[in-house]
Design a protein around this ligand. Structure first.
Ligand code: HEM
Ligand SMILES: *[C@@H]1O[C@H](CO)[C@@H](O)[C@H](O)[C@H]1NC(C)=O
Ligand SMILES: *[C@@H]1O[C@H](CO)[C@@H](O)[C@H](O)[C@H]1NC(C)=O
Ligand SMILES: *[C@@H]1O[C@H](CO)[C@@H](O)[C@H](O)[C@H]1NC(C)=O
Ligand SMILES: *[C@@H]1O[C@H](CO)[C@@H](O)[C@H](O)[C@H]1NC(C)=O
Ligand SMILES: *[C@@H]1O[C@H](CO)[C@@H](O)[C@H](O)[C@H]1NC(C)=O
Length: 376
């Protein structure tokens, strides 16, 4: 099964120490002194280092007897990411949808063969804005008391559904936040995914379709969403996610690069591996993304400044070819905004997670200069 007894014991310990506080009550009303006292009386367990790459990266059956699909129970969290949803529904992640960063890295590697540095990068950047640094837990869906006592505002700790730098506009199967539900499977958007696969992929989703669909989705949001925005870091995930279904949702015994639409629906909507599903052979990340960017050579990050059809370039945003500016802005702006002045164990936890994020960017061969928003 997914977790060893030791992991569960550790989790139970953390949850217990945290729930010594009134359940799910923000600490925002407390004075600085009361806050420091409250936070430091939590038994803080420094987060473990992220897992390394898989030793065996071969294709293998992952929809196996040890990981059966189970339907959601009341309160289980699922969100905008079809991969994490599926991994939770098969027990590669805790089925309640609340997980540690290390559990997420392990699950995306074991279940889908996502490359280690990319897995760490995605996980720690998401965790730093949407997870709870003290309890080391994050919801893959909505905000939940399952992640423990919140740190002080303006931190949100609101899970992957949060419309910020991870969840964003122009998703393939989720509506833009402006239209209300930003994270549930949306049938009319999936019908458009089918339409594009029929038009450009002879009924399959491939890199050619991914590029055409991404181009359409950007235009569609510019024309219909008055609050449309596509800037870093969401910009990077939007383009990577376009090729993820091809790289990870095609059975590992099939090297055609053509994703069947029922298989796509199984992941996107049903949160289920197809029967007898094999993960891909060999760990990869966003291979094929060049096909998408080649179709949109002039796209610049930006937003609708004054309602629909007022797309305005945001020259402060990193572009797709500026990964180090993405890293620096993310740390100095996005994280600093949520945690302007952390102290005690909160600062310690943030510093450790920021270190993991930096190490992931280096491992991905991006030789960026490290930044230290909270000192050395
Ligand atoms: C092999 C691993 C993964 C695959 C195949 C995958 C796949 C995808 C795909 C295809 C989408 C787009 C959904 C859509 O546009 O309708 C998505 C969205 C998302 N994923 Fe993942 N993902 C993976 C790993 C991760 C990890 C490790 C994280 C972070 C912990 C993550 C967080 C998200 C978030 C926040 C979104 C929402 C973005 C949005 O559409 O607004 N994913 N994922
Ligand atoms: C699906 O998305 C479209 C926008 O792309 C939106 O107009 C519609 O309301 C969404 N449907 C649901 C059920 O949320
Ligand atoms: C996105 O969905 C979440 C969960 O339903 C909701 O709390 C949040 O308000 C939505 N974000 C926006 C900007 O609509
Ligand atoms: C996608 O499918 C179409 C139709 O079969 C084909 O012309 C195109 O070459 C395919 N693209 C890729 C990258 O496989
Ligand atoms: C999705 O789940 C429904 C209900 O269990 C089932 O009828 C349908 O065949 C599934 N579709 C796919 C593509 O897995
Ligand atoms: C980084 O570069 C090294 C040396 O060229 C290579 O072995 C490794 O695969 C690269 N890592 C990634 C994630 O691309």
């Amino acid at each position: 099964m997914f977790a060893s007894l030791a992991v569960y014991t550790l989790l139970a310990l953390k949850v217990c120490t945290v729930s010594a506080f009134p359940a799910y009550k923000s600490l925002a009303g407390l004075t600085r002194e009361a806050l420091d006292a409250a936070v430091s009386s939590t038994t803080f367990v420094p987060p473990p280092s992220p897992p390394g790459p898989l030793a065996d990266q071969s294709a293998k059956l992952v929809n196996d007897a040890a990981h059966p699909y189970q339907p959601l129970r009341p309160g289980d969290q699922r969100g905008p990411c079809p991969a994490l949803n599926t991994l939770a529904s098969h027990g590669y992640l805790p089925r309640n949808g609340v997980a540690t960063p290390a559990q997420i890295v392990t699950a995306v590697q074991e279940g889908l063969n996502l490359e280690n540095s990319f897995a760490r990068f995605l996980t720690y950047s998401t965790f730093l804005v949407n997870g709870n640094p003290i309890t080391n837990l994050m919801s893959i869906g909505d905000k939940t008391s399952g992640t423990g006592q919140d740190p002080p505002k303006p931190a949100t700790v609101a899970g992957l559904d949060t419309h910020n730098n991870c969840e964003g506009d122009t998703s393939m199967t989720r509506a833009d936040a402006f239209f209300g539900d930003n994270h549930s499977f949306n049938e009319s958007r999936f019908q458009n995914f089918i339409k594009y696969s029929e038009k450009y992929g002879a009924g399959k989703y491939n890199y050619t379709v991914a590029a055409q669909l991404r181009k359409f989705l950007i235009q569609d949001s510019i024309q219909n969403n008055p609050q449309f925005s596509l800037v870093s870091p969401r910009l990077f995930t939007a383009f990577a996610e376009s090729v993820f279904p091809i790289n990870f949702f095609i059975d590992g015994r099939d090297t055609s690069g053509q994703l069947d639409l029922d298989v796509a629906r199984s992941f996107f909507q049903n949160m289920t591996f197809p029967p007898n599903f094999f993960r891909r052979a060999g760990a990869v990340s966003n291979v094929g993304q060049n096909v998408v960017t080649d179709l949109l050579p002039n796209f610049k990050p930006g937003y609708n400044a004054h309602g629909v059809n007022t797309f305005t370039v945001d020259s402060t945003s990193a572009t797709l070819t500026e990964p180090c500016l993405r890293y620096t802005n993310f740390v100095n702006k996005n994280i600093k905004q949520l945690y302007p002045n952390p102290t005690g164990v909160l600062k310690q936890a943030l510093t450790i997670n920021l270190q993991f994020l930096y190490e992931a960017t280096v491992a991905a061969n991006e030789s960026c200069t490290q930044v230290f928003p909270y000192g050395h």
